[in-house]
Write a protein that binds this ligand. Structure first.
Ligand code: FE2
Length: 310
């Protein structure tokens, strides 16, 4: 039995207000949105309660699917790096970036690159190996933990003002298709991490992944056992059809949010994965923040039967 925890979009609060020079760009709009609305939604107390609950659950591995910071300020990356360090060792924690982690065009090394130890290790295969994992072109990465292969993508790239969209790019999708095929031949349980959902967002085109069609095609051809995403700040369960059936695609609410508008209150998911006849049995547990916003409890669960790749 392998227990995987999934959380997303913590949008860490409590960062210092930047100087004027730092916000003479798209950040001005993000700062405004934070001051007017988001700072009342994403609460440090909620996130702390989630981390306490997560510690008690004691998963074998935790994945975070992006939007750790808000407007990509240097002070936010410093804080986020310390926060990640407090959650767990790089061995037991995998991180991918979201659109807010690439809010404006910035050097990789001083931003997302600070989290590289949560993306790559000795078990990794993929576009890069070992020390060469050094930039946005090296996604997807693969981390192996027993029968589990965690495949991390990056849809984070700086977008124009008003856009919360994302892009994988053709090279990354090609690599993804190849590595999923290789891992499938080993009969591993392939978990694909992506910040943006792999579906069109007809209501909010400005928030969607540009290459959803190509991404779904790559997954349909090569297969995967589970796709996990964030970005929508809502819980969701969808499927991508593959020759052997369908790949479950599960989105999780923000890790720090109280309920707001059509968004869900903070949640995280626990996946208990074990081999079963002709495939895998996955027990999903949903844990949500209580109305008092100071602790988490089980709020639902369901079982997925996932067939073998071959
Ligand atoms: Fe996002």
């Amino acid at each position: 039995l392998f227990t995987l925890a999934h959380l997303s979009d913590p949008h860490l609060a409590g960062w210092p207000l930047p100087g004027l020079r730092a916000i003479l760009n798209k950040r001005a709009f993000g700062l405004l949105s934070w001051q007017l609305r988001r700072r009342r939604i994403h609460l440090t107390g909620v996130l702390n309660a989630l981390i306490d609950d997560l510690r008690e659950a004691g998963p074998d591995h935790t994945v975070i699917t992006g939007d750790i910071v808000n407007i990509s300020l240097p002070a936010e990356f410093e804080r986020a790096t310390r926060w990640l360090g407090a959650i767990g060792t790089s061995e037991a924690l995998t991180v991918i970036p979201g659109n807010h982690d690439a809010y404006i065009d910035l050097p990789w090394d001083s931003t997302i690159g600070r989290w590289r130890k949560y993306m790559h290790d000795e078990s990794s295969t993929g576009a890069a190996t070992g020390q060469t994992f050094g930039g946005p072109n090296d996604f997807p990465f693969v981390r192996r933990r027993g029968h589990i292969a965690i495949v991390g993508t990056s849809s984070a790239c700086s977008m124009p003002i008003g856009s919360a969209g994302g892009r994988l790019g053709e090279a990354q999708i090609d690599q993804l298709r190849q590595c999923l095929a290789e891992l499938g031949r080993e009969n591993l349980f392939r978990v694909v991490l992506i910040h943006h959902p792999p579906f069109e967002d007809h209501k909010h085109r400005r928030k969607e992944l540009e290459d959803v069609v190509k991404l779904r095609a790559a997954i349909a051809i090569s297969g995967a056992e589970l796709v996990l995403h964030g970005h929508t700040h809502r819980s969701s369960l969808n499927r991508i059809a593959v020759p052997t059936g369908a790949v479950p695609v599960i989105g999780v609410a923000s890790a720090s949010a109280r309920a707001w508008g059509d968004k869900d209150p903070a949640r995280y998911h626990l996946y208990r994965i074990q081999p079963a006849d002709n495939g895998w049995q996955v027990d999903v547990e949903v844990r949500s923040v209580t109305d008092t916003l100071d602790r988490f409890k089980r709020s639902g669960g369901f079982r997925l039967g996932v067939p073998l790749a071959a």
